[in-house]
Ligand binder design. Structure first.
Ligand SMILES: N[C@@H](CCC(=O)N[C@@H](CS)C(=O)NCC(=O)O)C(=O)O
Length: 231
């Protein structure tokens, strides 16, 4: 069976920018599992109601419907043990969880104000008001205010990237010689930015840039060929 993935789409249905959905597209590609994506808009809550919640990614695999990128990754490794692993062992999985929490806090928080106004523009017309209202409530300020302060934003990102840079200077991937789910977690954040924003997060001489390039080219270039900015 072909796995179906509900994947956040923009005004252009080929525009796919969710960092969490990118984790799963890379994971499925890494495992060589056939899948199709279903473009999904934030306000299409009924389309994913079977998952019992309102966020993507959601996958349908035969009779299984699952949500949450971390849970989906764990499921894929246990349901398909004869495919390349996302976690080589229990210890790698525990370390990847640390990467996930670092990424969702330090890295996403550093990237978000840099791309938020470009992100707003990318959403489907029917999602824009919902996106603005829900995020302004969360941030307790307007998106424009949230995006202000250019210098502070770059400094926060530079700080957040230090451990990643040091890691991928020593190893090809966060997971070592092969990409792992930890790589896809962090790569998802870069795909999020690349898909919507012309802002260059790292320069071409940065080891992070080379690491990202390897993943942009991996698995037939699924990520590199996706709609986005060549930054
Ligand atoms: N913990 C979830 C987070 C998923 C998530 O936040 N998805 C966003 C899109 S990037 C979403 O669907 N948001 C729906 C909304 O804001 O209503 C995961 O790892 O999959």
């Amino acid at each position: 069976v072909t796995i179906r993935l509900y994947d956040v789409a923009g005004q252009d249905s080929n525009h796919r920018f969710s960092p969490f959905c990118w984790r799963i597209k890379m994971a499925l590609s890494h495992k060589g599992l056939p899948f199709e994506t279903i473009p999904w808009h934030l306000t299409d809550k009924s389309a994913i109601a079977d998952s019992g919640q309102g966020r993507a990614p959601v996958i349908e695999d035969g009779e299984h419907t699952l949500h949450d990128s971390w849970r989906i990754a764990c499921y894929l490794d246990s349901a398909y043990p004869n495919t390349p692993p996302l976690f080589t062992d229990a210890s790698a999985k525990a370390h990847a969880l640390f990467i996930k929490f670092w990424c969702e806090r330090d890295l996403h928080d550093a990237i978000r104000p840099i791309i938020i106004l470009d992100l707003l523009k990318a959403f489907h017309e029917k999602d824009k008001a919902y996106f603005r209202e829900s995020r302004e409530k969360l941030f307790k300020m307007t998106l424009e205010r949230f995006a202000a302060e250019e210098e502070k934003k770059q400094a926060a990102l530079d700080r957040a990237l230090v451990p990643l840079r040091d890691s991928v200077s020593l190893n090809q991937y966060i997971g070592g010689a092969q990409p792992s789910f930890a790589d896809f977690i962090v790569f998802g954040a870069f795909q999020w930015a690349r898909a919507v924003s012309p802002t260059q997060l790292v320069t071409s001489s940065d080891p992070i840039y080379a690491w990202r390039d390897r993943l942009l080219d991996a698995y037939g270039g699924i990520a590199g060929k996706a709609k986005g900015y060549a930054v």
